[in-house]
Ligand binder design. Structure first.
Ligand code: IMP
Length: 423
């Protein structure tokens, strides 16, 4: 059986958690392949809101197995809090949540290094979530990291202390004052490790490939968005992993020819949290309205998200890089009541009009050209079928389908699991 893949096509926060939750019933296994607690996947059902950071969004389903893949980085402290939240809601995860031995661990000192690195950048800071993501992936590629499987070794604490000592030396090098109490941080870390040990550690690539051979269905769940990809995003204002389709192969150990459908999730407009270029960003009333109605605040950090019109140049780029086979449009309901909607269809780049995503989209190089669309007034949030959707919304969707060459299969009309229209 094949693996389907679900990922974000913008700068994250597209609503991936909700769609994974909606689709989970169709799959035996949900597997996260990259990122870590910088992600915040929000699920709303039965009147409750749940935010997951590292745990796959299939965890609330009765039978689906959830795998944290080798490409993910785990902070045991945050992971423990996530598990305790599941305990509170009486979600039995012990037999449903499997952790790759090859996933890397975020140490307390990784978080300190993240903070020091950001502070040292001054105005050029990335706007990181400060969860230690960058330093942990640096240790991974630098071949210094600690992995979940190391916890099964007798001398894991020696490894831990050696790496921590190295980090403390690096902190001295930054020469930036950061307040911390290592003893307290380590006590918290140890409790996190204890909780992590209550779960099953697996050779996840072997587990997933055996599952494929036994005709099990797998959904690979991406985190962040394509424009935050370490290679294809708006570097250096990106995260430190491959958020695009290829990341699912390296982050799970499944071969490219095992991947069938690629579900690309995008918002009907665009948001970005943190620093970095954003060609369609709005600084006017329209942007404020999107932020207010869409409740655009980060699920992990609570920071306000920057808002702007849909950028089709960037969307088409993300569709190509990921090989998207089905699109899913989120938050169309937020645009109800806007008289006119705009979609960016080309950039002016260094004096030329272009329709591809160039090397550098800094404002000094790029300005945008828009097509305009009539808005709709109808409240979409109570709609339950495609026939009820307003004509102007369908024109907006048809334009996106024509330009990308990919069908929009789901139109989400609100945050709840039930507010999902399948076309
Ligand atoms: P980091 O991955 O925490 O170091 O953050 C790097 C950049 O990616 C920053 O601009 C963050 O705001 C952004 N980022 C990281 N994770 C997410 C996410 O899950 N959603 C949206 N933006 C994110």
């Amino acid at each position: 059986m094949a693996v389907d893949l679900l990922l974000g096509l913008q700068w994250g926060d597209e609503g991936k958690g909700k769609i994974v939750d909606v689709l989970t019933g169709n799959y035996d296994i949900i597997a996260r392949f990259q990122g870590g607690p910088n992600a915040g996947h929000t699920l709303i059902f039965d009147g409750h809101k749940h935010v997951l950071h590292t745990i796959p969004s299939g965890i609330f389903h009765k039978t689906a197995l959830n795998v944290v893949g080798n490409g993910v980085v785990i902070d045991p402290v945050i992971f423990k809090k996530e598990l305790e939240n599941l305990d509170k809601h009486k979600v039995d995860y012990t037999s449903k949540l499997l952790i790759s031995r090859k996933a890397h661990l975020i140490l307390p000192t990784h978080r300190l290094l993240d903070a020091a690195s950001e502070t040292s950048k001054g105005k050029a800071k990335i706007g990181s979530t400060l969860k230690g993501i960058g330093p942990t992936y640096m240790d991974k590629t630098g071949r210094n990291g600690m992995r979940v499987g190391d916890l099964e070794l007798k001398n894991w604490k020696d490894k831990y202390h050696a790496l921590t000592a190295k980090h403390l030396g690096m902190l001295d090098y930054f020469n930036i004052k950061i307040d911390y109490n290592l003893e307290e941080l380590e006590a918290e870390f140890d409790k996190g490790i204890e909780k992590l040990r209550t779960l099953q550690f697996i050779d996840s690539e072997e587990f997933l490939n055996q599952a494929i051979k036994s005709n099990k269905t797998i959904l690979a769940e991406g985190a962040q968005g394509s424009l935050l990809d370490i290679d294809f995003g708006t570097y250096p204002f990106v995260t430190s992993s491959n958020t695009t389709a290829a990341g699912a192969c390296t982050g799970l150990g499944v071969a490219p020819n095992r991947i069938k459908d690629v579900y690309g999730i995008f918002k009907a407009y665009t948001t970005r949290v943190g620093s970095g270029p954003f060609p369609t960003e709005l600084f006017d009333k329209d942007g404020e309205e999107m932020a207010r109605i869409g409740q655009e605040f980060g699920a992990t950090t609570g920071r306000p998200r920057r808002c702007g019109w849909l950028d089709l140049v960037a969307l088409k780029y993300a569709v190509d890089v990921n090989g998207v086979t089905q699109l899913m449009m989120m938050k169309g309901d937020v645009l109800s009541g806007f008289d006119t909607l705009k979609i960016c269809t080309s950039y002016n780049y260094k004096g030329k009009e272009i329709s591809h995503f160039p090397y550098n989209i800094e404002p000094e190089n790029v300005s945008v050209n828009y097509s305009e669309f009539k808005g709709w007034d109808e409240d979409l949030t109570k709609m339950t079928s495609a026939e009820q959707l307003p004509k102007n919304l369908m024109d907006y969707v048809a334009f996106i389908e024509k330009e990308t060459g990919v069908p929009v299969k789901i139109v989400s009309v609100g945050p709840d699991r039930k507010q999902t229209i399948v076309r």
